[in-house]
Design a protein around this ligand. Structure first.
Ligand code: GLN
Length: 194
């Protein structure tokens, strides 16, 4: 994507993507967005959330992230924004936060740390619908054990969904931000509703 193809809001302002920065690998997501020439801001409060057009919830530790989301009131503000159309992308712990275990924004069920202690981290090729093959990195990843009827499965690994989309909500159980693989961030930007 080049400068003159930057996505803009309805008012022709360049789009701003918020990256939840309470905990986890938010810096890597910011770097990916910078490489795509997309403005990003770190989100730590409900006030910060007002300044972004879309949100990424990074990988990290979902229990800690949920505790901080509740303490800051961001849990309810995020639910409200997404219900009124804001796009959101959760990676790994972020996918767990979006699932029916926590914010219930996406109709998916997950099992945390499902690859077990021996295989906590690995990389493998996955095939993404309309994009092709990429190397995906899984770090103490969850497994998506159920997807609702409204959820599209965009990629699987060993028959488990690893990249899913439900309208303006995207979730991956792997970490597209840890490699210089921009396809997944581009996919998210491509499905923004604004
Ligand atoms: N295992 C973490 C959790 O349960 C997720 C790991 C990650 O985001 N890399 O929240």
């Amino acid at each position: 994507m080049t400068n003159d193809q930057q996505p803009t809001t309805g008012n022709q302002q360049p789009i701003t993507i918020g990256v939840l920065a309470l905990q986890g690998d938010f810096a890597e997501h910011k770097a990916m967005l910078a490489a795509l020439k997309i403005r990003s801001i770190e989100i730590r409060s409900t006030k910060d959330l007002e300044g972004c057009d879309a949100l990424i919830i990074p990988g990290g530790e979902s229990t800690v992230m949920m505790k901080l989301l509740k303490e800051t009131g961001l849990d309810q503000s995020i639910i409200d924004r997404v219900r009124s159309g804001m796009s959101i992308f959760g990676t790994c712990a972020g996918a767990i936060v979006l699932s029916d275990s926590h914010l219930k924004l996406m109709d998916i069920s997950v099992e945390r740390n499902a690859y077990g202690s021996q295989l906590q981290s690995f990389s493998d090729q996955i095939d993404i619908k309309n994009i092709g093959s990429i190397e995906a990195t899984f770090i103490r990843a969850p497994i998506i054990t159920h997807v609702g009827q409204n959820v599209s499965i965009l990629a699987t690994h060993n028959d488990h969904p690893v990249l899913v989309q439900q309208g303006n909500i995207v979730a991956s159980t792997f970490h597209p931000e840890v490699r210089s693989e921009m396809a997944i961030h581009q996919l998210f930007v491509g499905c923004l509703h604004y």
